[in-house]
Design a protein around this ligand. Structure first.
Ligand SMILES: Nc1nc2c(c(=O)[nH]1)N[C@H]1C(S)=C(S)[C@@H](COP(=O)(O)OP(=O)(O)OC[C@H]3O[C@@H](n4cnc5c(=O)[nH]c(N)nc54)[C@H](O)[C@@H]3O)O[C@H]1N2
Ligand SMILES: Nc1nc2c(c(=O)[nH]1)N[C@H]1C(S)=C(S)[C@@H](COP(=O)(O)OP(=O)(O)OC[C@H]3O[C@@H](n4cnc5c(=O)[nH]c(N)nc54)[C@H](O)[C@@H]3O)O[C@H]1N2
Ligand SMILES: [Mo]
Length: 821
């Protein structure tokens, strides 16, 4: 197992995210509970009628890397083989599409040549557009551990922001956003020896370090250092993720990276290669079953003669889609124009995660039929006509593939709650009801997997690397016991670990320079970058209700370089506006931002902070080859949000995220925290907010109208029920101590007297943890340093901080650096 038994902070808290509140337990039509039979009939009827009236391209499926390979296979077969439309796309379009397209251009097929172990064998690891420390913490710990064992190993990070990942790096290249092609083109120009068009383009556009320095806005000496290290090192792995893929030049960025590795033979060998890392549990499995609008199952291609005939024959599908369908952004625009009238969304939350997200909502509101399969209520299920309850992680059974082509079994260890069913089952039922039963007659995931494996070998004869036909004859028992298996594993032949060995057979692809689709200028002078934070997962459906995962960065925020923040003080609310929408976020001054560039996390939804959803702002320009949207570069402007008052309300139960003009809600210890601000009078807001709290109990109140200060606490039978603080600025008392009072059965007299002061009469204020896994805060870390701990390891031994997932180690390292000077 690549994790070696370690889990990230989110994985460690997974047990706390498995509760059933908010779970979808029954099918629903127009919000009313129905039985499965009725729901399946309705879906089949809506799809059937829409196709009969408007043709197969008036329907679509939008699926996800959260699905198991078997679910994915079923959905893809249903759409492309039997509905007769290739309008099935996946949220992988937002995630991996550029890597897929670039792999195909370079290798003729979508394959990752290297394996995780190469990260430990490399003497130089280059992380491009990847905040590995936060997004792949276990991989990051493996890299740091390898470097600790082999001090000659070097780590370079290429990211416009100074991220936590940079804390462990030997060199950070904070390049101009979107300029990665220039950086790698310059490296190709320097290293390539044999002539080709790609090299000619590279030499012409980036002849020397000075040119690259200008294009990337970097110091020439730093570029020269990076190029020298690369040139002098045989074993180099270049890891790339969303800073590369999510760009209108994403495919070229990936090819520019691959070019350097291919041209120098640094690929497919131990410790050397370009390495695309994925995010979702099964982003890779979806690529194997071809559940993107422009791919076919099992790496078959429309463009390759004979492939469609093969697939038609194997599936016995006379109705096979004849050409590629609509890709995510285009698909939802077609919904908005009424060209797609019936859509089935499975295991993804596009109202939040797609760019121009407000237009996506409007499109779904106007759509004739919206079917959503999910495990929980989301911003997207809110817009569904038909909701189908799915099995979640821990309940479902099937296979997933990781970034190194390793297929592994996911086994159920929990019973199915309510009437929730696997997604493949729902697809097969609908297909059966539409008259395609013979092709969807599966008794379980093992049968689907065998079919998928058989297809990969069908008419293959070594033409497609993706061949797992050795598994096509697995019995149910063998499937149940399947060990992690790396593809390719054809029926005959020896297992292969690395592919494209030395670059033989790979193509160099010319990558002419292209800036981001929209430049920051005029009305939108700043460039907005978006991405993830350490302790949240995507649209928070799994992590949103776990108090300790909110302890680190609890509110949607905007990171701003202090030089850009003249009007916006740290902690105030700031509005970001683009050509498509706006959001209001908490300003955080951050010297790790390049001036002129700001950063917001992607995670917040209507459920936790409606105004903090960033994707209505994010532009939908796409890469011309991969159609992946440019989620990392949107021109915007920013202005202070004119709040008349700021406040917070702590309660025992969540009261919703609509309590004020701006409201962010999240769990905190035994309480729910609502951070608030608005433009009305503080006095009125105070009255209004007290009224939404439970009515029983007595309020203790402290008001100073002239100063704009209003505070109240609600106590019932000696127990604290609510705390409301309002003030004229965002500078309000620290919340942690007040939150800790909710754990008391009966408030002590001293605490009751102190509550409206917002701090204890004596003693220390509690503090938010740095290490979420073990709940270790700044003060404990500082005392460990004072007691003589001089390294992350020593602090780990003394406090346990950083010894589980390690994603807080960069912060501990930064603290050490500060404390030791
Ligand atoms: N905590 C957490 N971890 C996750 C997830 C999560 O939701 N939460 N999601 C998972 C998923 S699905 C994915 S896809 C991965 C994503 O993992 P990552 O790709 O590592 O995460 P991001 O934060 O989206 O973006 C990475 C970095 O790209 C940088 N970047 C922006 N523009 C550019 C550019 O032009 N060039 C370069 N070189 N860099 C740029 C950003 O500043 C950012 O730091 O994470 C996975 N892991
Ligand atoms: N601005 C900006 N936007 C981004 C990104 C970014 O960096 N910046 N990153 C993009 C990337 S890389 C990604 S991967 C996407 C992620 O975006 P989404 O796919 O929208 O994110 P999730 O919150 O993971 O949504 C998954 C949903 O599936 C449900 N689910 C989980 N398991 C199952 C299952 O087995 N069956 C069913 N039916 N449902 C299930 C969950 O409850 C959840 O509602 O966001 C993209 N959007
Ligand atoms: Mo992703």
């Amino acid at each position: 197992m690549p994790n070696f038994g370690r889990l990230c902070s989110k994985g460690s808290a997974l047990g706390e995210t498995l509760s059933l509140d908010d779970r979808l337990l029954h099918p629903e039509i127009n919000r009313k509970r129905v039985d499965w039979h009725t729901a399946i009939d309705a879906v089949a009827q809506r799809f059937g009628e829409t196709i009969a009236r408007h043709g197969p391209n008036s329907v679509a499926l939008y699926v996800s890397g959260q699905l198991l390979t078997e679910d994915y296979y079923a959905a893809n077969k249903f759409a492309k083989g039997f509905l007769g439309t290739a309008n099935i796309d996946s949220n992988s379009r937002l995630c991996m599409a550029s890597a897929v397209a670039a792999h195909k251009r370079a290798f003729g097929e979508d394959l990752v040549p290297n394996v995780y172990a190469d990260l430990e064998l490399a003497d130089l690891v280059v992380l491009v557009g990847s905040n590995t420390a936060w997004c792949h913490p276990v991989i990051y710990q493996r890299i740091l551990a390898a470097r600790a064992a082999r001090p000659n190993m070097r780590l370079v990070v290429v990211d416009p922001r100074r991220t936590a990942t940079c804390e462990g790096a030997d060199l950070h290249l904070a390049l101009r956003p979107g300029s990665d092609v220039a950086l790698f083109s310059g490296l190709l120009a320097r290293l390539a020896t044999s002539p080709s068009e790609a090299v000619a383009v590279a030499v012409q556009q980036t002849p020397d370090v000075a040119t690259v320095a200008g294009l990337c806005d970097l110091a020439a000496a730093d570029i020269a250092k990076f190029y020298d290290w690369f040139a002098q090192t045989r074993a180099v792995v270049t890891v790339f993720s969303q800073g590369v893929n999510q760009s209108s030049a994403g495919t070229d960025k990936v090819n520019a990276i691959i070019n350097v590795h291919v041209a120098t033979g640094r690929i497919g060998i131990a410790g050397s290669g370009p390495f695309s890392i994925t995010g979702q549990p099964n982003a890779m499995g979806g690529r194997e079953v071809g559940a993107l609008a422009n791919t076919l199952a099992a790496h078959l291609e429309w463009s390759r003669p004979g492939d469609t005939a093969l697939l038609r024959q194997f599936w016995q599908a006379p109705n096979l889609a004849q050409k590629a369908g609509r890709t995510a952004v285009d698909l939802f625009r077609a919904v908005g124009r009424g060209e797609i009238r019936c859509v089935w969304i499975m295991a993804t939350n596009p109202c939040v995660s797609l760019p121009e997200a407000e237009a996506v909502r409007t499109a779904l509101r106007s759509c004739e039929t919206v079917v959503v399969s999910d495990v929980t209520r989301t911003d997207t299920t809110d817009l569904a006509h038909i909701v189908l309850p799915a099995l979640a992680w821990g309940e479902k059974s099937g296979t997933v593939t990781n970034s190194e082509r390793m297929m592994s079994r996911q086994r159920a260890f929990l019973p199915a709650p309510g009437e929730a069913k696997p997604d493949w089952w729902a697809v097969a039922q609908v297909a059966g009801r539409m008259g395609f039963g013979a092709a969807f007659n599966w008794s379980g995931p093992a049968k689907i997997f065998r079919e998928h494996a058989a297809l990969s070998g069908y008419g293959n004869n070594g033409r497609r690397v993706f061949d797992i036909s050795a598994l096509a004859s697995a019995t149910d028992a063998e499937y149940a016991a399947m060990r992690p298996t790396r593809w390719p594993c054809p029926a005959m032949g020896t297992p292969t670990t690395r592919l494209m060995v030395g670059g033989i057979g790979a193509q160099l692809v010319p990558t002419p320079l292209r800036p981001p689709a929209q430049a920051a200028s005029g009305a939108y002078p700043l460039l907005l970058n978006t991405g993830r934070i350490r302790d949240q997962w995507h649209t928070m459906t799994r992590t949103g209700k776990t108090p300790r995962l909110h302890a680190h960065l609890p509110e949607p925020f905007l990171s701003i370089h202090p030089d850009d923040a003249i009007e916006v003080s740290d902690g105030a609310l700031v509005m970001v506006t683009s050509a498509t929408g706006q959001a209001v976020l908490r300003a955080r001054h951050d010297r790790g931002q390049r001036p002129g560039e700001i950063y917001a996390p992607m995670h917040w939804t209507d459920r936790f902070c409606a105004a903090g959803r960033i994707n209505p702002v994010v532009n939908a320009a796409t890469d011309p080859v991969s159609f992946q949207p440019e989620l990392k570069h949107t021109p915007v402007r920013m202005s202070a949000w004119p709040a008349k008052w700021y406040g917070f309300l702590l309660t025992r139960m969540p009261l919703g995220a609509e309590l004020a003009g701006w409201c962010a809600m999240f769990p905190a210890g035994a309480a729910w925290r609502h951070e608030l601000a608005d433009q009305d009078a503080a006095e009125q807001a105070f009255v209004r907010l007290k009224a939404v709290c439970p009515t029983a109990g007595a309020w203790i109140v402290l008001q100073d109208g002239a100063a704009g200060v209003h505070r109240a606490a609600l106590v019932q039978n000696g127990q604290l029920q609510a705390v409301l603080f309002i003030g004229p600025t965002s500078d309000l008392p620290q919340r942690e101590w007040l939150i800790s009072l909710f754990a008391q059965q009966v408030l002590t007299l001293a605490d009751r007297r102190a509550v409206l002061a917002g701090r204890p009469l004596s003693g220390d204020l509690p503090e938010p943890p740095v290490c979420v896994c073990f709940g270790v805060g700044l003060r404990a870390l500082r005392s460990a340093v004072e007691a003589g701990c001089a390294s992350v390891e020593a602090i780990g031994v003394a406090t346990k901080a950083g010894t589980n997932c390690g994603s807080c180690q960069p912060e501990i390292r930064a603290l050490l650096a500060l404390q030791l000077v």
